[in-house]
Design a protein around this ligand. Structure first.
Ligand code: ZN
Length: 167
């Protein structure tokens, strides 16, 4: 089932569950770790269909000096290693920020069932904001999208990270 994106900062309580919020709290904890390491605070968690947390990771571009080290990509790789399969059938991915085109493409390639994200990304959001990867019928896979889960704390972490320090 596809879900129309709600306005920013309004939770989509019709489809987000308490499990979704608990998993997003894990992703937020990863995002905080990223900020502590000097990376833009974004976190991601991959959960199997039976509820098992397969992987959790954070943005590590600065730490790893790797332009592709976004939280979602790293978490997908770990989840696939743990499953012993590149197809993450039935998995849900939680991301604190709307995935970029690269990560949205990775979600397609991983064949995930569902994406839950926090706040929208006006500059590179590829799920609802700039593109609709995940529900584009021209692509070979689609997934369910739930947006706005714990959007405010996700956005606040990013704002705090980019907020210029007071003199
Ligand atoms: Zn990304």
């Amino acid at each position: 089932m596809m879900v129309t994106p709600p306005p920013p900062s309004i939770e989509n309580s019709a489809t987000a569950t308490t499990v979704d919020e608990a998993m997003m709290q894990l992703a937020l904890a990863e995002a905080r770790e990223a900020a502590a390491a000097g990376d833009v605070p974004v976190g991601a968690v991959v959960v199997a269909g039976d509820g098992t947390v397969l992987a959790q990771d954070r943005n590590r571009r600065e730490t790893d000096l790797d332009p592709t080290a976004h939280a979602e990509v790293l978490a997908l790789r770990s989840a696939a290693r743990r499953l012993g399969a590149w197809r993450l059938i039935g998995c849900t991915v939680y991301a604190t920020l709307e995935p970029c085109p690269m990560c949205a493409g990775a979600l397609i390639n991983a064949r995930v069932a569902r994406l839950v994200y926090g706040c929208p990304d006006p500059k590179s959001g590829a799920i609802d904001t700039l593109f609709t990867i995940g529900r584009d019928p021209r692509l070979n896979h689609r997934f369910e999208v739930v947006s706005g889960v714990l959007a405010e704390p996700s956005a606040e972490l990013l704002k705090a990270f980019f907020r210029p320090r007071r003199q």
